[in-house]
Design a protein around this ligand. Structure first.
Ligand code: SF4
Length: 467
């Protein structure tokens, strides 16, 4: 597989400057990084400034109506910028990638004339060729499903690119979804569940670790549905893959996201006890606490099933922290159903959560229902749930004060002499310390909890001063 290791650091941009703006989930963040890697190989330099970019890629999310509409409003602004540049004889290309591209395809080209190229999540490895065609004035759409091809053709970053991105990295192991929750477009935009072969995952991980990465998060739409084949054609579960990765020298931390309750197998729960490097934090979306609503959502689990999984996770790792996704106001949700959701949240006590009002997505069964919930009711329920979840998040952070936790330092802090990192429970932590600690794990006593981060003190500071 071609790599960028020969490309000199800071080489001039042969292809111009590219801005990749990502929306939505971590899969999109990962895809955006891979697109930047691929274009880096073509001589493009990354920029964070729209004004500098010759090529702007919007890597879009279609999960909520609002998210899709935001893309069209962003495209409207980019169209104005493109016209202004063209008036000065300068070029600007606009690409729409991700799930809006997949779901709406040619509609995007019709709705916004300034868009040059629409490319789906399974086709972006063909970007250089597609851009070449767009350069010759063709406006085109490429949204074919070919996930296996995509895994084969995933562009690999150079060591310089890996180092620039820090000590924590994502590795995609699975794409797509077979679950068909009745509110969700993902099975239609990302296709069926496909797992990446074991050898490819291990090779990418090894490469990241050699370039200085210390924390790997395995990602997939349904990451715990992972069934990747090994060289002998045997399928590995996510638990087996994590156990293998736990042996890799140089990895300090392992995580995985996003999981579905029905795929939370006992072997995966068990590895939380046996693999020390596997962090005690799991994102496990429940969406609702009402069995009636869960059934209507086609979630294939009950509230009791979910609570049972949480109990087993906590048995395996008593300090396990949980986060979740919630949707309020699904069609037909009654006050009683909503109270069940509040009761489930109270029963678990989440460290962090994402919660949204239901918004109908065209083409999904939920959107067809005629018992949609009034906006005002949804707003009130969401406010009540978010107040509870925020209270739980603050309580979780406050409970960390006076405790000692391991922190993986990721970058300099906002203030001089400060460094910042993450606790095992995904909390942002900052301490006074030297920048050469970035990339290492250290014991930290948490001394205060702010609204979004924790302040700590390095436990070995005194010993270092004495040495
Ligand atoms: S599990 Fe449900 S919510 Fe998650 S991606 Fe699949 S259909 Fe969407």
């Amino acid at each position: 597989m071609a790599t960028l290791d020969d490309a000199p650091e800071g080489a001039p941009a042969r292809g111009g400057k590219v801005l990749v703006k990502s929306y939505g989930c971590q899969m999109n963040v990962y895809d955006a990084t891979r697109m930047a890697d691929l274009l880096g190989r073509e001589g493009y330099a990354e920029t964070a400034e729209e004004a500098d970019a010759d090529l702007v890629i919007l890597n879009t999310c279609h999960i909520r109506e609002k998210a899709a509409e935001k893309i069209y409003s962003e495209l409207g602004k980019l169209a104005l910028e493109k016209r202004a540049r063209e008036a000065q004889g300068r070029e600007m290309k606009i690409v729409v990638a991700g799930c809006v591209a997949q779901a709406e395809g040619e509609q995007v080209l019709k709705r916004q004339r300034a868009v040059d190229l629409v490319v789906g999540p399974q086709s972006y490895h063909r970007l250089p060729d597609l851009l070449q065609q767009a350069r010759h004035g063709r406006r085109l759409t490429d949204t074919e499903f070919a996930v296996e091809d995509k895994f084969d053709a995933l562009p690999q970053p150079s060591r310089a690119q890996i180092r620039a991105r820090g000590v924590s990295a994502f590795v995609t192991v699975q794409e797509g979804c077979d679950k068909f929750c009745s509110f969700c477009v993902v099975p239609y935009t990302r296709g069926a569940e496909v797992s990446r072969p074991v050898a490819d995952v291990l090779a990418e991980t090894q490469r990241l670790v050699e370039a200085g990465v210390r924390e790997i998060t395995l990602i997939g739409q349904n990451v715990n549905a992972y069934r990747g084949a090994d060289d002998e054609g045997r399928d590995w579960s996510l638990a087996r893959l994590l156990a293998e990765m736990g042996q890799i020298e140089g990895i300090d931390r392992l995580r995985y996201t996003t999981s579905h309750p029905v795929d939370m197998a006992q072997d995966l729960i068990d590895v939380h006890e046996s693999i020390e490097k596997l962090m005690p934090y799991v994102h496990l979306p429940v969406q609702s606490g009402s069995d009636r609503v869960l059934k209507a959502m086609n979630r294939k689990h009950t509230a009791a099933d979910y609570l049972d999984i949480i109990a087993r996770l906590r048995k395996a790792r008593p300090d396990m922290a949980l986060s979740s996704d919630f949707i309020v106001g699904f069609p037909g949700e009654t006050d009683e159903d909503f109270e069940d959701t509040m009761a489930l949240a109270r029963a678990v006590g989440f460290a962090s959560s994402f919660s949204f009002k239901y918004s109908p997505r065209p083409g999904t069964p939920g959107a067809e229902r005629d018992d949609q919930i009034d906006e005002e009711v949804k707003r009130a329920r969401l406010a009540a749930l978010q107040a509870l979840l925020e209270e739980q998040r603050q309580a979780f952070n406050a409970a960390t004060v006076s405790k000692t936790v391991d922190v993986l330092f990721e970058k300099p802090g906002r203030h001089e002499g400060q460094i910042a990192g993450k606790s095992p429970y995904m909390q942002a932590v900052h301490v006074s310390g030297a920048a050469d600690r970035v990339g290492r794990v250290a014991r930290v006593e948490i001394v205060a909890a702010g609204s979004n981060s924790l302040a700590g003190r390095l436990m070995d500071e005194g010993e270092e001063a004495k040495a």
